[in-house]
Design a protein around this ligand. Sequence first.
Ligand code: DWN
Ligand code: ZN
Length: 414
Amino acid sequence: MSDLPPCRSCGGEDLRAFLSLGTTPLADALLTPARLASLDTDPEPTFPLDVAFCPQCSLVQITEEVPPQQLFVDNYLYFSSFSPMLLAHSKAHVDGLVASRGLGPDHLAVELASNDGYLLKHFLPHGVRVLGVDPAPDQAAAAREVGVPTVEEFFGVDVARRLRAEHGAADVIIANNVMAHVPQLNDFVGGIAELLADDGLATVENPWVSDLIEHGEFDTVYHEHYYYYSCTAVDALVRRHGMYLNDVEYFPELHGGTLRWHIGKVEAVTDRARRMLADEHARGVDSYPYYADFAERVEQTRSELLELLRGLKAEGASIAAYGAAAKGSTMVNYVGLGTDVLDFVVDRNTHKQGTFMPGVHLPVRGVEALLETQPDYCLILAWNFTDEIVEQQAEYTARGGRFIRPVPRPVVLA
Ligand code: DWN
Ligand code: ZN
């Protein structure tokens, strides 16, 4: 039995830690100027950021629990609608569901962590009834603005029961990048089972732990992400609640590699799902040795990136960064990239401009600052959008600016 907490999925008591990123601030807790000025008397909260593997059910998870209210409600600035690629991905998903399941006015689609209505709004032209569930008030207000009714709740069994009583069973439940964010995982999945119609479909999207481990994507670890999923772990999790992992889709370009799991109350496991489960077993995703050398590889990336950036600075180069992303916060805090190395960070999300990155307090500016100051290099913290960003900033590179991508290994892009 380890001295770590029990597994949040199966309750197993022999979690095995394999990565420690130190004690870090909350990745999404960007600081306003007023908050920055208050740090002497009210320092930023920091928490241990350690990752462990459960040998019982294969779930990879962090070992610290930060109160969700502190993570997702107080000044949560993530708005989904700042990424064209993500928006296109979401619309394609809705169109696919409407077509494949013949959704219309008699059907109810629910999204958990519906943010600003970026996805559910695409059901509206088809007459499908929609309901968003998201605790963040600003995002919920933005959703209502586009015609998506939204309840400001943290989802679980009790909320599911109330929603089913008020709206009926859900024909479709969509949960994109939220099942990694819930401390009471069994209550969350139990809520899906409670709300989902007997012939309904729940689709859950999250980054794939194999891409994290095999592509060195350590910066996708932050307190907002309690879990890092494999098909193996999801299969065990949903079966515990009388549901089945029936199908799996893979999107290698999304968030560094994302899986979409198709979950239902009727067992109908596709060959594709069986192949994914077999592939994970062949990789060793369901055993500790697969994770054992990850920390060493992360440390190597850290030292290579520091050496690269410090070398450029020593040559008199100026360096900025792109993307005040949560992963960016883990990157700059774990590697130690403060204003001695990076001049500022740019971001298209207007809610983030004028704030400061957690921990290192890098100023966040509008994207136009890249051309205004033309730094010699720009470190892409939101590397999951590298192609989109490089294409968007063609003028910056045409003027001689060069992008640096930090993972899987630090590289100066041509
Ligand atoms: O689970 C989550 C992952 C999947 O997405 C959420 N917890 C939050 C989010 O994580 P993140 O903050 O690392 O997200 P992004 O979406 O990778 O962050 C991208 C950042 O870059 C955003 O702040 C928006 C910005 N951006 C930009 O400035 N210009 C994004 C694009 C595409 C751009 O062109
Ligand atoms: Zn477990």
